[in-house]
Ligand binder design. Sequence first.
Ligand SMILES: Cc1cc2nc3c(=O)[nH]c(=O)nc-3n(C[C@H](O)[C@H](O)[C@H](O)COP(=O)(O)OP(=O)(O)OC[C@H]3O[C@@H](n4cnc5c(N)ncnc54)[C@H](O)[C@@H]3O)c2cc1C
Length: 440
Amino acid sequence: MARIKQEREIPVVAGYDVVVCGGGPGGIIAALASAREGAKTCIIERYGFLGGMATAGLVAPISVFNYNGRRIIDGLPWEFVERLAAIGGAREEKPLGNITFSPEKYKLVAQRMLKEAGVDIYFHSYITGAEYEKDPDGNSRIRYVIIDNKNGAEAIAGRYFIDATGDSDLAAMAGVPMQPVPEQLQPASLIFMLSGVDTDALPMIRHSQQGVNYHDLMIRDLFTKLREEGTEDVPMFGGPWYCGILADGIVLVNMTRHFADMTDNRVAGEMECLLRENAHRYTELLRKYIPAFKNAELIATAPMTGIRETRRILGAHTLTGEEYLEAIDFPDSVARGCHPVDIHSANSTSQRCQFMKDAGFVPYRSLYAPSFPNLLVAGRNFSADEVASASVRVQASVMGLGQAAGTAAAIAAKGNTGVDKVNTDTLRARLLELGANLSN
Ligand SMILES: Cc1cc2nc3c(=O)[nH]c(=O)nc-3n(C[C@H](O)[C@H](O)[C@H](O)COP(=O)(O)OP(=O)(O)OC[C@H]3O[C@@H](n4cnc5c(N)ncnc54)[C@H](O)[C@@H]3O)c2cc1C
């Protein structure tokens, strides 16, 4: 491939104690935690709104806050849900603690809470580079992130950085080693929104409960039969799962699926085209065969295709499925998860669900990589194997990771210490004060 060399001067437009990269569920709560702890904090997001998969991917519901009816993910994540509920933007389904929400109210509450906490928000800013230096001990310290927006290229200086991009974009640019790539990543899915649905005829939250794989079996069986018989063109699908947005007749449908490495721009572009075609095709099929969808109109596809799995960092500790499913409580446990292990097949309509015996734990060491003393991660890119990641990646637990990473970054900033040197007793004590549930 031909290459060009470009030399350019980039203005350093601001500096922060903590720079949060990515404004999804992990990043929002990380920025909130960091700012509330007194660190000068900003958040950088490529879209013009916060929420990540929750809003840009139209992924709903927020799963799951509870295990056996008891709240496991607590503190700032739950405060966020309460703020959303206070303006009619969230409704809890018990006993799982699944949250159906309004994506528009989600965007509003997220920006309000961050602004109230004093977080500077950089919207429409794509993180495209990291400037870092190596010290004599071989440690890499990030000094600036480069963002590209309408103003051109800009550099933002930071003392500490939190990679909440889901895809580990910042960590990859800074040279952090990644987990080995699994044989097949979980598939991507473009979620679409239908109006005119007879929502009274559909159970609105279709999700995995303990012992029950909660997709719509009637529609699944029908589409499987149509696919096998070849009577209709039925693209690959998963689920299907539906969730409302607290508005009459409106349903989000999660059923398109295709395998893709969504960190490759060209692959991701092709995937958007294919899955958009498929969303329209499914709308036709649902209208034709399912009475509740007879009058359905496709009113939106999500601004971006939903990504279940990409790069995860190789952290100081890689949380394994065994540790997680056995609910091993680490001396430095800082977050928890209680969703079933949920692995969607890359090349078939199936899904492998493993139900938890108890809520699992995430150690602080899974949030940073050795030799990167000013970088933490907050989100599905934390250091875990495929099994542990397939549970913790859901939104409530990712918010819990954000709470831990944001609090830890602020503590590190106060003490001017490496993230690996943060006293985990102090961190855990602070998380407990915030309301986190770190024990059975
Ligand atoms: C199809 C599908 C269905 C799912 N179903 C559920 C479900 O029912 N319940 C549930 O709770 N979870 C579900 N999940 C999982 C969940 O939505 C995600 O795992 C979770 O949102 C991850 O949060 P995050 O903060 O790590 O990343 P994300 O939500 O992906 O947020 C990352 C943010 O970073 C921004 N960003 C990324 N790269 C850059 C860059 N270079 N520059 C600037 N900004 C950047 C993105 O725009 C985004 O806002 C589902 C996921 C998918 C794909």
